[in-house]
Design a binder for this molecule. Structure first.
Ligand SMILES: [Zn+2]
Length: 261
């Protein structure tokens, strides 16, 4: 099993690895955490902004997981600036690029966002975003971004707008380069996403440490047919990612040999 979306910093890595081992999760894609406080993040998600200009410590995370073959990072972009040389140098060490409209408040169709998508396209990396609301930060605008960049794989985080959003799967249905990540959605919503998009477009993510992986795995086991579980629990995210870790093939952590659904 591969966790398509978790958060960590250096201090959290040991706890994450212990949790993964206990839940039989063989690999995880991480985003640097702690950029804003949980209270501030909650407030900006609920109120749709305004967001602010703040950088995640991507370097700390990359250095912390450099020797750990089961962990790879998505670059947490700050689209208050276009992608510059320092960003690109860090993106070269990452397995994807992540946007957090709830943190930064920059719309998906902003040219500065596109500069990071260009970097993803050049490197064959996927893009992840947590959409909020109905305006510039929305699922609809994210789907438009994906249609402008058909060569890039996009992941719609947190089951769209979270818990009970049946619109999100329909908003991305015809945009086949967008996958649906399940953390935070009700099991009813996950079942609907598999029916609407097909199991090959639905991916397991935990949102650790905000959510325990066991919660999400239990939900998926209830919502997804047994035949579809291997794809949802790891096969789909492995299809669109490559960690770049030299030990990847020998350990099998990301390649599918180490985990069992
Ligand atoms: Zn997250």
């Amino acid at each position: 099993m591969v966790d398509a979306h978790a958060h960590a910093n250096r201090a959290l890595v040991p706890k994450l690895l212990a949790t993964m081992a206990a839940e039989r999760v063989s690999a995880a894609f991480l985003v640097a955490g702690g950029v804003v406080s949980p209270m501030e993040l909650s407030h900006t998600i609920v109120t749709e902004g305004p967001g602010r200009d703040v950088d995640a410590d991507n370097t700390e995370l990359l250095d912390a997981i450099g020797g750990e073959p089961s962990l790879a990072a998505f670059y947490f972009a700050n689209p208050h600036r276009a992608a510059g040389e320092p960003d690109l140098a860090l993106i070269d060490r990452c397995a994807g690029i992540k946007f957090a409209p709830g943190v930064h408040g920059i719309g998906h169709l902003d040219p500065r966002v596109q500069s990071y998508v260009d970097a993803a396209a050049e490197r064959g990396l996927p893009v992840y975003s947590h959409c909020i609301g109905n305006g510039a930060l929305s699922v609809d605008q994210y789907a438009r971004l994906a249609r402008r960049n058909p060569e890039v794989a996009f992941v719609l985080g947190h089951a769209g707008r979270g818990n009970f959003d049946l619109d999100a799967a329909r908003e991305i249905r015809d945009t086949e380069n967008v996958l649906f990540e399940t953390s935070g959605g009700f099991d009813f919503v996950i079942k609907d996403a598999v029916e609407t998009l097909g199991a090959e477009r639905v991916v397991f993510g935990s949102e650790f440490p905000i959510q325990h992986p066991r919660v999400e795995l239990t939900k998926l086991c209830l919502a997804v047919a047994e035949n579809d579980l291997p794809a949802v629990l790891g096969g789909n995210i492995r299809r669109i990612t490559s960690t770049g870790k030299s030990t990847e093939k020998s350990t099998g952590t990301f390649s599918g040999k180490g985990g069992s659904a």
